[in-house]
Ligand binder design. Structure first.
Ligand code: CO
Length: 139
C-alpha cells in the first residue's frame, strides 16, 4: 500500500455538501462527474496529498442509494493506491480475506480496482486501486 488514494463519503446532495467541503473548509473541487455504471454523481476535491470524493446516488436503487437508506450519510469507503493489484489480491486470498471482487475491474481513469468486504476490515468498505500509468509524469 503506497498511499490513501481517496476517501469517499456518501451524501444526499452534492451541492449542499460542497457548501461545507468547498466553501467553508476551502478544499478545491476539481471535477464533478456522473459515473452511470456506478450509479453516482461524484465531486472530487483536493485534500493535500489525497482526494475526498463526495458520492450522490443517481437513484435510491443504486448501491450508494441503498447505503444512504440503510445507514444515512457518512463514510462510504477508503481507497488505497497500490502498485500491483493482482499480487495484492492473491496475498489477501492466501490469508482467506473476504473480498467483494476476486479479480480487478476497470474503474475511473482506467485504473484497476477491487473492493475488500467490510467484514474483513473493521466495518469499512475498502477499495484497492492500481492506476493505469503509475509512473507517468504529471502534465
Ligand atoms: Co472509490
Amino acid at each position: 500500500v503506497k498511499r490513501i488514494d481517496h476517501i469517499a463519503i456518501a451524501v444526499n446532495n452534492l451541492e449542499e455538501s460542497l457548501r461545507f467541503y468547498q466553501d467553508a473548509l476551502g478544499l478545491d473541487c476539481f471535477t464533478i462527474e456522473t459515473v452511470a455504471e456506478q450509479g453516482v454523481r461524484v465531486a472530487k476535491l483536493n485534500a493535500g496529498n489525497t482526494h475526498i470524493e463526495l458520492l450522490e446516488p443517481l437513484s435510491p436503487e443504486t448501491p450508494v442509494g441503498k447505503f444512504l437508506t440503510k445507514r444515512g450519510q457518512g463514510l462510504h469507503h477508503i481507497c488505497f493506491g497500490i502498485d500491483d493489484i493482482e499480487q495484492e489480491l492473491n496475498q489477501l486470498k492466501e490469508k482467506q480475506t473476504k473480498l467483494i471482487d476476486e479479480t480487478p475491474k476497470i474503474g475511473a481513469g482506467g485504473a484497476k480496482i477491487a473492493f475488500v468486504h467490510p467484514a474483513a476490515t473493521g466495518g469499512v468498505l475498502m477499495e484497492l486501486s492500481e492506476p493505469q500509468h503509475p509512473h507517468a509524469p504529471h502534465d
